[in-house]
Design a protein around this ligand. Structure first.
Ligand code: EPZ
Length: 429
């Protein structure tokens, strides 16, 4: 199993190209199941989760081609992939595949909408909470589906097709909003989604679905209206840039000091994290090329932050924020409100000398003068990158085990940070 070795202490200076967003790519790839024509996606990141989803879609009969080149061949640019679900050969998504990545459960929406049936294993994914699927089921039932859960599988059927309806989510859910959008796009009549997730990835999916001929209005607000159509066509869409990757490197630059341009990043998806970063003590400026982060010498200020659905502070940046304030001058409070078990990085940060006290969903982080390198373990995707951030500022050597978590969501992290002066390398087993 690969490990990452970091020798901390160097400031980051230079340019980091921001990749296409993992969490937009996954639903966009799944949307290919909605049409028998070809969906072309540009700016697709090369990530383990994308490769796994290609396999999962392949199992349903989706033909997935990386245009003109093979994986790993195209330098720093994103891939272009062509997905063609002309013949769907299987409407079952098996346990062996779905248990590896929660987002693969989302195939239930398009399979049901297009073929009137789907049988999908209950999902797996990062161990950050119980993550039930009740809201997906309620949404599909609101569109007329019959649902049966048996033997670890959810079977959804709508022999005569789905019909539009009112989906009112009791809490904000990104995944169930994606699924509701995809299912309602092919349902008969109008669907209204209330309390929809407003995340930019939902907007990216809706934009692509509209290019495919869907009639969706209001994505990015809490109320989305979908006028169902009979069929969807192929389209070409470029995946939005990754706001979580952007935020991660912004926090890393604030941690080490120096000046970094996050090339291709867009600040409008990151208002809250960038405001938090400015409050902590980094200079943030949005330019035509991307976002520039600078911190020279000044100390880091402690902060109180709660994670919230968009446009609030994202749970996917909570661990990275925690790493940063480990070095602040005073005590910070970080409340996690989205997932109940998303503090697994706490004990690993403590190995590097962090002073963190957990009380339920609130972490009190008392800044320390120095962190020191140690051997640590990656436990989930964002937790692992928080250890990278801490390692970049720790004295001496940090070795991170189980980096396959990191490879799920961060493209070429060693090259991107190494290119800005960090001493970071992958130790292959
Ligand atoms: C998406 O997960 C992201 N994943 C997550 O990123 C992200 O942390 C999360 O949204 C919140 O922003 C992808 O986009 C692939 P939710 P998702 O449904 O859709 C509860 C990362 O690191 N809930 O918005 O699974 C759920 O348990 C990943 O890239 C139900 O109770 O999250 C949670 O408490 C990790 N019942 C809350 O809603 C349901 O049926 C929000 O989850 C569905 C969800």
């Amino acid at each position: 199993m690969d490990r990452i070795r970091i020798v901390g202490g160097a400031p980051l200076n230079g340019t980091i190209p921001i990749s296409g967003a993992k969490n937009a790519t996954l639903p966009l790839m799944i949307a290919s199941l909605l049409t028998d024509q070809t969906l072309i996606l540009d700016n697709v990141p090369q990530l383990a989760d994308v490769a796994l989803l290609k396999r999962i879609l392949g199992n349903h009969g989706v033909d997935c081609m990386v245009q003109g080149k093979r994986a790993g061949q195209n330098g720093t640019a994103g891939q272009t992939i062509e997905l063609s679900a002309r013949d769907i050969v299987d409407t079952t998504a098996p346990y062996e595949l779905v248990s590896k990545m929660r987002a693969s459960f989302w195939v239930i929406g398009p399979l049901l909408a297009r073929l009137g049936e789907a049988r999908v294993s209950l999902p797996g994914g990062c161990a950050i909470g119980t993550r039930p699927v009740d809201l997906f089921i309620a949404a599909l039932e609101a569109l007329g589906a019959e649902i049966d859960i048996d033997g670890g599988y959810v079977t959804a059927s709508a022999r005569k097709g789905l019909t539009g309806g009112l989906i009112s989510f009791p809490k904000v859910t990104v995944g169930a909003t994606h699924v509701a959008l995809m299912a309602a796009a092919l349902a008969r009549g109008e669907t209204v989604i209330e309390n929809a997730a407003r995340e930019p990835e939902v907007v990216d999916l809706a934009t692509c679905l509209n290019k495919m001929g869907a009639r969706i209005a209001g994505a990015g607000t809490s109320t989305i209206r979908i006028d169902g159509v009979e069929s969807l066509t192929g389209a070409r869409h470029s995946v939005m840039s990754d706001r979580i990757e952007t935020g991660t490197y912004a926090f890393a630059a604030a941690m080490t000091g120096g000046e970094v341009l996050l090339e291709g990043a867009t600040s409008d998806t990151l208002d809250k994290p960038l405001a938090v970063l400015a409050e902590i003590g980094a200079e943030v400026s949005a330019t035509n090329e991307g976002i520039r982060i600078r911190r020279n010498g000044s100390g880091l200020q402690p902060i109180d932050v709660s994670t919230e659905p968009f446009p609030g502070f994202p749970t996917d940046l909570q661990a990275q924020l925690m790493a940063l304030v480990c070095r602040a001058d005073g005590a910070s409070h970080i409340r996690e409100t989205i997932f109940e078990n998303r503090f697994m990085h706490v004990q690993e940060l403590a190995r590097l000398g962090a002073d963190i006290h957990l009380d339920g969903q609130v972490a009190t982080v008392t800044g320390v003068e120095r962190l020191t390198g140690a051997e640590v373990m990656a436990t989930d995707l964002r937790a692992s990158v928080s250890l990278v951030i801490a390692g970049l500022a720790a004295e001496g050597e940090t070795v991170i085990n189980r980096v396959y978590h990191l490879d799920r969501g961060f493209e070429r992290i060693e090259q991107k940070l190494g290119g800005c002066g960090a001493t970071i390398e992958r130790l292959s087993a």
